[in-house]
Design a protein around this ligand. Structure first.
Ligand SMILES: [Zn+2]
Length: 273
């Protein structure tokens, strides 16, 4: 029942606009403005950085992930070609690929990690210390908070990928900076919509990312947000950001499968530079 009520409220709370469907789910386009409301927004920083706007893809995998073959240098090149201003490398349970990318382009790259916990996946940005997988979600949050990382939840309601549920997320709400409101790799647009509704209901900012495992996907979804130079500024800017993007075609998942096999056979590129 709450979801239908939210459907009516969401456009007013978050200024959702420009979403349309053409023929297939892969043509969904999004332009979701996250207006500040009473979200945590630091007005001073907003004023200071208002002149600068960054386009940021917050969810990119490199060949450090067993299901991607993208070298860090190639990810950076592709992202710059697409006009992105910053990217966050969020490999599965590792940060070595992100660290290599950061060495190549220190200002352009944010080090992140997509961490599999016993409950579901957590998406962290501005990670300085590796957090191992398969810990409880609470232990994972402890470790991320200690290092000041910005914490989101990847594709929280994606039915095919370790889905969370409302109760589980509500229990850790105060410890989240955001949830992922648009993941371009979701096969079902409705799963992203559930996430957007959850964020609206709890007045929580959203992040967005391509979840790219190939260079062609990079930039498929991104946030447009006030410029930032630190985790704190980034966190503050989330509330005033706008989500852009569309779902990637389903065939990209076939490439993921091929890459998993290449990993098993030792045929995947190394991180390198
Ligand atoms: Zn991912």
């Amino acid at each position: 029942m709450w979801s239908s009520a939210l459907h009516l409220l969401a456009p007013f709370k978050f200024g959702i606009a420009g979403r349309r469907v053409r023929f297939a789910q892969t043509t969904w386009t999004y332009d979701i403005i996250q207006t500040p409301g009473n979200l945590r927004l630091m007005e001073e920083q907003k004023t200071l950085l208002a002149a600068m706007t960054f386009k940021v893809d917050l969810h990119i995998h490199t060949c450090a992930s067993k299901d991607s073959a993208v070298r860090p240098a190639d990810a950076i090149r592709a992202a710059k070609r697409r006009g992105l201003d910053r990217i966050c490398i969020t490999d599965h349970n590792r940060i070595d690929g992100a660290l290599v990318a950061k060495e190549i382009a220190p200002e352009f790259v944010i080090v992140g990690e997509e961490i599999l916990t016993t409950h579901g996946e957590i998406l962290a940005f501005f990670v300085s210390e590796w957090v191992p997988p398969f810990l409880s979600h609470l232990e994972t949050l402890d470790r991320l908070e200690t290092q000041g990382a910005v914490i989101s939840v990847s594709h929280p309601f994606d039915r095919h990928r370790h889905p969370w549920n409302d109760e589980m997320l509500e229990a850790i709400l105060s410890r989240l900076d955001a949830v992922e409101g648009l993941n371009a790799r979701s096969l079902h647009a409705h799963d992203n919509q559930l996430s957007q509704e959850f964020a609206a209901m709890h007045n929580l900012p959203m992040t967005a990312g391509s979840d790219a495992h190939t260079t062609v996907e990079i930039g498929a979804a991104y946030l447009e947000m006030p410029g930032f130079t630190s985790a704190e500024e980034f966190r503050a800017g989330l509330a005033g950001s706008t989500i852009h993007g569309r779902l990637s075609p389903a065939w990209v998942h076939c490439i993921t499968l091929v890459n998993k096999w290449r990993s098993k056979l030792g045929l995947k590129p190394r991180i390198g530079k």
